[in-house]
Design a protein around this ligand. Structure first.
Ligand code: ADP
Ligand code: MG
Ligand code: MG
Length: 905
């Protein structure tokens, strides 16, 4: 061996029955998930067809060297192939008794979008005879060969699968038969010849010079060539667009690479005592403790997942004649694997003439509801601890449970039902292609993707759509698995749905209902129903398993979780989700609707009495707002931020006004009215700023119009006084936005304290109201020691802090160039979604300096990052007292904060 680095690892037994496995489950970074667990299953004594795994690192080296092989690897592969032949006692390509193998991709993380598996590799014009001899079943042998050519051409050579499907259909028509299974051995032999012809016609000789024989491309007869091309295709698939998109979507590194597993074939299609299936050790949809899955008798590979034939539920396996023993053994394997991995497992198996073989296992994907249920039951079963249970649930996934459901009071007609494959309800326009879903999303329209069955090509559309609806496939079909992983509602296997994707419409069998592209439909993935039209949705409550896990999370959590809410309803909702206060109550939202008129009057009038009346009106309205907020959050802190946005945001849009004036002129309106509009226009123009985000807003506005903060503080203090007199315990805090220098805060602090003292005296109650600031400008963060001297608390406004740290205008950059930056990996992720390390550094500096200036300073975060689990973990590391996020994200933040605390133990 010239090679220093170990790149190939054997798994399974040798000819004497000894386990010669070189890997184990902890080697996923090298062997990929599939390879590492094939090794693990072999190590714990399960029947695994022997094979070997080529490492992920080899894939990266191959890819980084512009698709050329590192030195010596091909020789090593050759050695392992020969070793495999010795272990099995058969040779690839042998004309008497050939070894056939599968070539399977397998990255460290489970990754749909990678290359599909190639089965039956090693068949050629010689070895077909061996297969016929050994099985005495020419039909099976020819069927295997034609499947191999078809798969190899499609998966490895990237030829259109339809070329082959069409040829089969033509053959069936010629023979006057309905089903593939009606084709005879001779028919299939003829198909093999036809498939080879299609291969020759469609493969580019320039691209594959090694396949040219006698001047034309030929289907490769040499098993070594077949194997090498297949392995190269797996490696190449690491960088195909589907895989790249999936990694970006799931924040998976591009540097991991995929392993390749070469494994001896087992045949599930050798008759009625053979079968193939997929299963979960528990129900992945709701977490119930039951064996869950499907199998097909006399079938191979992806037949189950492809939804081509109707499958049987796994529970029936042990009652199926000829499969009883394997069925019983399989149930034993389920239990063994669960106890071994201490988690729910997802399993692929094949039975060849009554003998069970394990082809794959991994910790199974599950819905959020199932994740909670399984974690809790496993604690009850003593399999895992409460803390492990808390660590097991993905916070981001909880979002699913907080997804909308059909309103119980809504009236609707169910037009069809299917399998409840992924829970939650979705409403949107029906679309019949992934492209249409993507296009609609770009225009802000919601869609439901309707497909016969989804394939990895549909991934972008599945992400874009609200929900997924298929007419074929079971609960382990592609659509179901991917939808559950994404948390998207999915109903699959709706038999009655007759889809004509070409015509962009579907009909419901037995009715005259036609669903056209663009028609609104609703689906409920929890129950499996499909409804024509839009059903009203409602948000679910925190209860049951979710509540239990969150209680366990709260037992270990040290960082607080508050909510951002601007009205009593949201505050109430946040409280019911476990918020420990309001981290940000924005007051500008309180000036919309009817109130807009009042503030416009204030801004645009020069007459002092008119202005004073406007301020009084605003005061009355605001006092009412705060009464509601403080009452909803009685006993918990409510941080009220004083007016933040530029004033012109409350004024009419000059463009709209321009249009109106033009129309008035064109229709000959009263000149006086036109003049009045013009004057208004000039006034509004005078408020225009080049860069409003960096202009007169926040504390700057308060300094220019001190009457506004006085009014707001008075309203806060008055509401507090009134509630106190009613015996409640309101706890407002006042937050000054956009401070960059200490004197700004000192000035506002003095104003606020003066007003609070006045109100306390007038109302005759004691009022203690902490006064703090937002830290959302780099200057504030780096001079936090000074600013903290005038602050009782800091709240890091990480949205603005991200904008001002990068110099990004969020609304512009997020649509303009951030996508490009992400695609080119100039940024690893969107810094507005997960806090950027540079911004986090400023937060850390702010917290540390802040405590130097004021040891009692309370520090929190109120940007949207407060609801992002990854950011929550970073904030925990910085030592923040709490995060604050939108009400629906509160449960996620509670769980993420608990996980951060546990990870720290
Ligand atoms: P995926 O990553 O899409 O799950 P796999 O590599 O697991 O792809 O292959 C898909 C299916 O192909 C398996 O579930 C199994 O049914 C079949 N298969 C793969 N390898 C073998 C084999 N050595 N013998 C029999 N069937 C196989
Ligand atoms: Mg698999
Ligand atoms: Mg801000």
């Amino acid at each position: 061996m010239t090679d220093q680095v170990k790149r190939v690892y054997a798994f399974g037994k040798d000819a004497q029955g000894n386990n010669v496995t070189e890997g184990n489950t902890n080697m996923k970074a090298i062997l990929g998930g599939k390879g590492a667990n094939l090794a693990e299953m072999a190590n714990i004594g399960l029947p695994v067809p022997p094979g070997f795994t080529i490492s992920c690192q080899t894939c990266m080296e191959y890819a980084n060297a512009d698709n050329t092989w590192p030195e010596g690897v091909l020789d090593t592969i050759q050695e392992y192939r020969e070793d495999l032949e010795t272990r099995i006692g058969k040779k690839i390509g042998d004309a008497e008794d050939p070894l056939l193998v599968s070539v399977r991709s397998g990255a460290p993380m489970s990754m749909p979008g990678m290359m599909d598996t190639v089965l039956n590799l090693g068949l050629n014009d010689e070895s077909i005879n061996g297969l016929i001899k050994q099985t005495e079943n020419p039909r099976f042998a020819w069927d295997s060969y034609r499947r191999f050519i078809q798969m190899f051409s499609n998966v490895v050579m990237d030829l259109d699968g339809d070329l082959f499907e069409n040829a089969i259909n033509v053959m069936k028509r010629d023979r006057g038969v309905e089903s593939d299974t009606d084709l005879t051995a001779e028919d299939l032999q003829e198909l093999v010849a036809e498939f080879k012809r299609i291969f020759t016609e469609n493969v580019d000789a320039n691209e594959y010079p090694s396949l040219v024989v006698d001047g034309v491309v030929q289907f490769p007869q040499d098993p070594d060539v077949q194997l090498q091309l297949a392995i190269e295709a797996v490696f190449g698939s690491w960088n195909n667009p589907r895989a790249t998109l999936y990694r970006k979507q799931n924040k998976i590194s591009d540097d991991l690479g995929t392993a390749v597993n070469v494994q001896s074939m087992i045949f599930g299609n050798k008759g009625d005592t053979s079968a193939t299936g997929v299963a979960f050790t528990r129900n992945p949809a709701n977490g119930d403790k039951e064996f869950y899955g499907d199998y097909l008798v006399n079938a191979q590979g992806e037949d189950v997942v492809a939804g081509i034939r109707n499958t049987s539920p796994i529970a029936e396996l042990k009652n199926t004649p000829g499969l009883e023993e394997a069925g019983k053994e399989l149930e034993g394997v389920f239990t063994l694997l669960e106890n071994h991995f201490r988690d729910m497992c997802d399993i692929e198996f094949t039975i060849e003439q009554g003998k069970l073989w394990m082809l794959q296992t991994r910790v199974g994907k599950r819905t959020a509801a199932a994740a909670l249920h399984i974690a809790i039951e496993m604690v009850e079963e003593g399999l895992i601890t409460k803390e492990e249970a808390v660590m097991r649930v993905d916070p981001e996934q909880l979002d699913q449970l907080l997804h909308p459901q059909f309103d119980a009071d809504a009236e609707y007609d169910v037009v069809a039902t299917g399998l409840n494959a992924s829970p939650g309800a979705a409403v949107g326009e029906a679309v019949f292609s992934a492209e249409a879903a993507v296009a609609a999303e770009a225009e802000g329209r919601k869609t439901v993707l309707v497909r016969w069955e989804t394939t990895p090509d549909d991934l972008a559309g599945m992400i874009a759509a609200e929900g997924i609806l298929t007419s074929h496939g079971g609960k382990t079909s592609h659509a179901a698995v991917i939808a559950r992983g994404m948390g998207a509602p999915c109903v699959c296997g709706v038999d009655a749905l007759k889809i004509d994707a070409e015509a962009k419409q579907a009909t419901i069998a037995g009715t005259d209902i036609v669903i056209k592209e663009g028609d609104m439909i609703s689906l409920d993935g929890t129950t499996g129903i499909v409804v024509l039209g839009a059903v009203d949705l409602v948000q679910p409550e925190l209860a049951g398993d979710l509540d239990t896990i969150l209680e366990w999370a709260d037992e270990v959590r040290t960082m607080g979780v508050r909510a951002n809410a601007d009205n009593p309803e949201d505050a109430q909702l946040a409280r019911s989700f476990g918020a420990q206060g309001i981290g940000l109550c924005r007051t500008e939202h309180m000036f919309l609707g009817d109130r807009k008129q009042i503030i416009q009057t204030f801004i645009l009038n020069e007459n002092e009495t008119v202005r004073e009346k406007a301020v009084n009106d605003l005061f009355a309205a605001q006092t009412g707002d705060f009464l509601g907020m403080f009452e909803a959050m009685d006993g918990l802190p409510v941080i009220v931020r004083l007016l933040d946005p530029p004033l012109h945001e409350f004024l009419e849009s000059p463009r709209a006004l321009d249009v109106e004036i033009a129309r008035m002129e064109a229709t000959g309106a009263d000149p006086a009215a036109i003049a009045q509009k013009r004057q208004l226009m000039e006034q509004i123009d005078s408020f225009a700023e080049q860069n409003p985000m960096l202009g007169m807003r926040g504390v700057r506005l308060a300094i220019m119009y001190p009457v506004l903060p006085r009014m707001q503080v008075r309203a806060i203090a008055t509401a507090m006084a009134q509630l106190k007199k009613k015996g409640l315990n309101p706890k407002p805090e006042i937050m000054i936005p956009l401070v960059s220098v200490k004197p700004e805060l000192e000035k506002l602090r003095a104003i606020a304290q003066e007003v609070i003292a006045e109100v306390a005296a007038e109302e005759g109650v004691e009022l203690e109201i902490p006064i703090g600031t937002m830290i959302e400008l780099p200057r504030a963060a780096v001079t936090a020691d000074e600013i903290a001297q005038a602050a009782d608390f800091f709240s890091f406004g990480t949205n603005d802090l991200t904008q001002t740290t990068f110099g990004f205008s969020r609304d512009d950059v997020e649509s303009e160039f951030v996508p490009q930056y992400l695609a080119e990996r100039l940024l690893p992720y969107n810094p507005f979604a997960t806090v950027d390390p540079g911004v986090a550094k400023l937060v850390k500096m702010g917290v540390e300096l802040g405590h130097e200036g004021n040891p009692d300073l309370v520090c929190g975060v109120c940007g949207e990052h407060g609801g992002d689990p990854d950011s929550v973990k970073i904030f925990y590391g910085i030592g923040l007292d709490y995060v604050s996020c939108s009400p629906y994200r509160v449960p996620l933040a509670r769980l993420a904060a608990a996980q951060a605390a546990l990870a720290d133990k």
